[in-house]
Design a protein around this ligand. Structure first.
Ligand SMILES: [Zn+2]
Length: 487
């Protein structure tokens, strides 16, 4: 297995592709505009204390003053219910290191806390809490205990004397000791930098911001089998090198600047593959195909043979298609980043040995997925169920919105249906208002049909009401849209 990471950077967005053996397997996209400031750490200044609200306004260098509640200033181990007055905690003009807990919205400033924390891949470092916590979403008691032991041991080895504590994130489930140790060391190095800055930084300045996507990627997707990382921005290439040099020295030599004439995502057809990953249908080499549907409750994947398969060796063709589908499905789950419940409808197979083999191939392919997944079995109807941990939004959620023409249904009323609606609507208006004339505004397809296939029905109606009906094409109308104008 040989892997490569491609990073495409523009001021508007960052896109990261993980390619394995020449095939795109994972994609991450971040839009600059959508990046908030949550997690950023600033050195701020108290500009006003509000005793009545048990809060204060802090200048952190943004347009609007930020807001902090007394609760967020008190030591985290203060007994519950013992609220110390804000005037005892802060005074005007005081400098204060704070972290953004909530982005500013509209006229409201950012919400702040003094309880600083820095997240990484598996852990979150908590600067003023000496405890080790485990995400509640890791339910298995033995696994919680295993992780806690690893973190406590690493803490003693690397962080004795530094203080603070760690929270073990849900994604740590199943992670090994080395991965966690590496993550902790990364966090501690980062924290030391922040800690230095606390003293030196000027008032109302940023002292830490969450890593941009291309750096986080380096932290989160780097594995031993990734041979190189190519990035198409010269300026950020140097930043990335610098970052690696400081925090992940073993990978620095793998990073290369890509100055190519061709866009970087033309390599390995990444751009094409990304486009394809938004389509419902996935073509298989054997001629078969997958149909992937994302609903709110689950994702369903239907496996189909392509067209005519013949009678000879039908079982063999089906078996081959299912095998190919199993590998393709595992890839699509990663690439589209589909999470939650996934139901797969393989083509029915007679031989139980074939069924077993298809499941085994699927299981094997899923092992390469960094997101935790679990094959939970085959239902009575032969559907394969699995779950995959939801991490970020799916690729479709990042790049698309529900179709406003069909309101997300995925289908439109046929022109025929719309024509009959229009004719009924005219009858209703005739009874209610009896206008002198009718003009119908509709899409090209609907008007064409009214003047052609439905012309007899239109003539009948005109005869019945004793008026002519005028039709007018509105090019910007969708197929379902129409207006009946009375005059
Ligand atoms: Zn639609």
């Amino acid at each position: 297995m040989s892997g490569e990471v491609l990073i495409n950077l523009t001021p508007m967005e960052t896109r990261v592709a993980v390619v394995e053996n020449g095939v795109l397997q994972e994609a991450y996209i971040e839009r600059s505009r959508r990046r908030g400031i949550v997690g950023n750490i600033y050195k701020g200044k108290v500009i006003r204390v509000l005793p009545g609200m048990q809060a204060a306004f802090i200048d952190i260098g943004l347009e609007r003053a930020a807001f902090i509640h007394a609760q967020e200033v008190m030591p985290p181990n203060t007994p519950h219910g013992e609220l110390v007055s804000i005037s005892q905690l802060l005074h005007q003009g005081q400098s204060l290191v704070v972290q953004v807990a909530k982005d500013p919205i509209g006229s409201k400033g950012a919400r702040l806390t003094t309880h600083l924390s820095i997240p990484s891949r598996y852990l979150v470092y908590m600067a003023d809490s000496p405890h080790t916590g485990v995400s509640l979403r890791i339910e298995d008691e033995a696994e919680r205990e295993r992780l806690r032991k690893i973190v406590d041991a690493c803490h003693e080895e690397f962080a004795s004397g530094i203080g603070g504590g760690f929270i073990i994130r849900t994604v740590a489930e199943g992670a090994g000791r080395d991965e966690i140790a590496q993550d902790m060391q990364f966090l501690l190095r980062l924290w030391q930098k922040v800690d230095e800055q606390r003293g030196h930084a000027g008032i109302a300045t940023l002292i830490y911001d969450d890593l941009p996507l291309f750096m986080r990627t380096l932290r989160d997707v780097m594995r031993d089998d990734i041979e190189r990382v190519r990035i198409d921005s010269r300026e950020n290439y140097f930043r990335l090198k610098q970052f690696a040099c400081e925090f992940m020295p073993n990978i620095e030599s793998h990073i290369e600047y890509y100055p190519g004439e061709r866009p970087i995502f033309d390599l390995f057809s990444v751009e094409d593959e990304l486009q394809k990953s938004l389509q419902r249908k996935v073509q298989l080499k054997s001629g078969g195909y997958l149909v992937i549907d994302q609903t709110e409750a689950m994702t369903t994947i239907d496996v189909n043979t392509g067209g005519f398969v013949g009678h000879r060796n039908l079982e063999e063709t089906i078996f081959k298609t299912n095998l190919e589908a199993a590998t393709a499905i595992a890839r699509q789950l990663r690439l589209r980043n589909l999470g939650g419940i996934i139901i797969i409808d393989f083509i029915d197979m007679e031989e139980s040995e074939h069924q077993r083999q298809v499941l085994r191939v699927l299981e094997k392919a899923l092992e390469r997925d960094h997101a935790k997944n679990k094959l939970t079995g085959v239902t009575e109807l032969g559907l394969v169920q699995l779950t995959r941990k939801r991490t970020r939004e799916s690729l479709e959620q990042v790049l698309c919105e529900p179709c406003h023409i069909c309101q997300g249904r995925g289908t439109l009323k046929t022109p025929e249906t719309v024509c009959y609606e229009i004719l009924r609507e005219i009858m209703r208006n005739e009874r209610a208002y009896a206008p002198e004339k009718y003009t119908v505004l509709a899409s090209q397809a609907v008007v064409d049909r009214l003047l052609d296939e439905e012309s007899a029905a239109v003539a009948d109606l005109e005869g019945f009401i004793g008026k002519t009906i005028r039709f007018q094409v509105e090019n910007h109308y969708s197929q379902e849209q129409y207006d009946i104008v009375l005059m």
